[in-house]
Design a protein around this ligand. Structure first.
Ligand code: SGN
Ligand code: CA
Length: 540
């Protein structure tokens, strides 16, 4: 072969080879990046894409503007760590073993991030996990220990040991996330990024920059703020999450403990003032000064108002204080989601990225007089879900499909072209994201809450939920059934289980519920084993 010829073939070879290289890189890149944003206890009532009567969240709303707002998304068990375990495993609590917040997550479970990592995704997690152990399947993580702290939080990190960072948690978790995108992200691989806020979890400490605005706001009251819990089973009345009775004057509503002493107000639950004092100790002197500047005048006004306050006045006062703080924390979440979206836009990352915004469950913002979650009544059972996948999702659309947190694992694996294990229990939401709604057939979901007896005393219950009804069984400490007509009774105030007009519906729902329990294997010894373990734990 002549010299020029061999040069030609060598050149051709190199060209073909680099062409192939480019192709594989492109194929790799074509698999979308996945950004999973989740806040802790973020009620859909506090996202303006759903309802703008409490707060404007223009940045979170941007996700719905680019994609889909799900109006019927729900969780399988409305409490933190169990919801997170369901998200990661694609399995109900009784199968993955994380039925409550107490026992650590069983890390022998296979999670979708592990599968994505094995399938070539770069993976990272920042923020709150709440598992009692570290996440598997992540190339990078910086997580809060347990519930984490709002101010000057500690982090457990993959590569730097335990660290403490001065500042406000929502800003810090975002800084870490942006830093990873900028400096650690491998441009040639698709990535999974889990960006998990602590806010707006109790005890609702907002960023200093929002104190002035939010401590001066007044909010509308929900229709059922003064619910007396009649008309339903004993469970609603037995719960300990009523704003007037169970919310802490100091630990939650930020009255100075001295004020409680002065007015002879009893410490709610025996740890109300302790929680407040512990939080104050976390502040730097400047942060403490700033808090005093805005909260001391509230205490002073309260001293003057208290002698003539009726129970109704107290409920109203506590509700307003609750909303000021809770919504104040959301303001920072929204701003920081905006920072992330801006970064994606500025770095050409919008094109091939699916962005999900959700919460680990919903939350009561005074509905039924409550805060917290756990119950199957809508505000905690349903959870916000906004999904943008530019180019795939139709901008500004809504879906009322009955999707659940159970479905994330299979959705992400499907999108990434990684096979989902056969024992996952959800369904890929891809048809809903790509305009093929007719391929989505689910019209009922299953729910099971376990953590009782425990904080807030919400009885154990399992249920079937359709778009029209909820059939709920409260068991263990009580044995009562509840049937809610969702269309006629959207505020969920009336149990019609024993109303003869519903006899047929009740029978049908009972049959469907039994089938669901068999389908999801919630009639097995496996689930009993976790319940027994929980009972053992609560005795300790
Ligand atoms: C803490 C809160 C509870 C809350 C649980 C679970 N109490 O214990 O109000 O229900 O977390 O929340 S506090 O006094 O410590 O604030 S979860 O989101 O982790 O499930
Ligand atoms: Ca939570």
């Amino acid at each position: 072969m002549k010299y020029t010829q061999s040069i030609f073939f060598l050149f051709l070879g190199i060209t073909l080879f680099s062409g192939c290289q480019k192709k594989t890189e492109k194929a790799k890149q074509e698999r979308p990046n996945i950004i999973f944003i989740m806040s802790d206890d973020h009620a859909y009532q506090a996202i303006s894409a759903y309802d703008n009567s409490l707060i404007e969240t223009p940045n979170i709303d941007r996700i719905a503007d680019m994609g889909i707002l799900f109006t019927n998304a729900s969780v399988t068990n409305s409490i933190c760590a169990p919801s997170r375990a369901t998200i990661l495993t694609g399995k109900h609590s009784h199968i993955n073993g994380k039925i409550d917040n107490i026992y650590p997550f069983d890390t022998t479970n296979v999670t979708f991030p592990q599968l994505l990592q094995a399938g070539g995704y770069q993976t990272a997690m920042f923020g709150k996990l709440h598992f009692g152990n570290n996440p598997k399947g992540f190339d990078q993580f910086k997580i809060l220990p347990g519930q984490g702290n709002y101010y000057n939080p500690e982090f457990i990190t993959k590569n730097e040991g335990n660290i403490k960072v001065e500042g406000y948690v929502t800003d810090i978790v975002t800084d870490m996330t942006l830093d990873w995108l900028e400096n650690e992200r491998k441009k040639e691989d698709p990535f999974l990024l889990m960006y998990l806020h602590k806010a707006p979890h109790r005890a609702w400490y907002m960023a200093e920059r929002h104190l002035e605005e939010f401590t001066n706001k007044t909010f509308r009251e929900p229709a059922t703020l003064f619910d007396d819990y009649s008309g339903r089973t004993a469970a609603a009345g037995e719960a300990e999450m009523n704003i007037l009775e169970h919310m802490g004057w100091s630990g939650d509503n930020k009255l100075n403990p001295e004020v409680l002493k002065q007015l002879g107000i009893a410490d709610v639950g025996g740890y109300d003032t302790t929680r407040f004092i512990a939080q104050m100790k976390r502040f730097t002197p400047t942060q403490a000064e700033n808090f005093k500047k805005y909260y001391d005048p509230i205490s002073e006004e309260f001293i003057k108002a208290f002698p003539t306050m009726t129970d109704q006045d107290k409920m109203r006062w506590k509700y307003q204080r609750y909303m000021q703080d809770y919504l104040g924390t959301i303001k920072a979440v929204d701003e920081n989601v905006g920072r992330l979206l801006d970064y994606l836009e500025a770095n050409d990352l919008m094109e091939n990225t699916i962005i999900v915004y959700t919460s680990d469950q919903g939350f009561y913002l005074g509905e039924h007089g409550w805060y917290d979650k756990r119950f199957i009544y809508d505000e905690s059972f349903k959870t916000p879900l906004l999904v943008a996948w530019p180019g795939k999702t139709k901008a500004g659309t809504k879906s009322d499909a009955m999707v659940q947190n159970l479905d994330f694992a299979q959705t992400f694996l499907d999108i990434a072209g990684v096979e989902a294990p056969a024992d996952m229990q959800g369904e890929s939401m891809t048809p809903l994201l790509t305009g093929n709604e007719d391929q989505w057939t689910r019209d009922e979901v299953y729910y099971h809450y376990y953590e009782y007896p425990a904080e807030h005393m919400v009885n154990r219950h399992y249920a079937i939920v359709t778009k029209d009804y909820k059939l709920i069984h409260y068991y263990y400490a009580i044995d009562e059934w509840e049937l809610i007509d969702r269309k006629k009774d959207p505020l969920e105030l009336k149990n019609v289980y024993n109303d003869s007009a519903y006899a047929e519906i009740r029978k049908d729902l009972h049959e469907r519920l039994e089938k669901l329990r068999v389908k999801y294997k919630d009639n097995s010894e496996l689930s009993q084993q976790y319940i027994d373990r929980f009972l053992e734990d609560t005795k300790k």
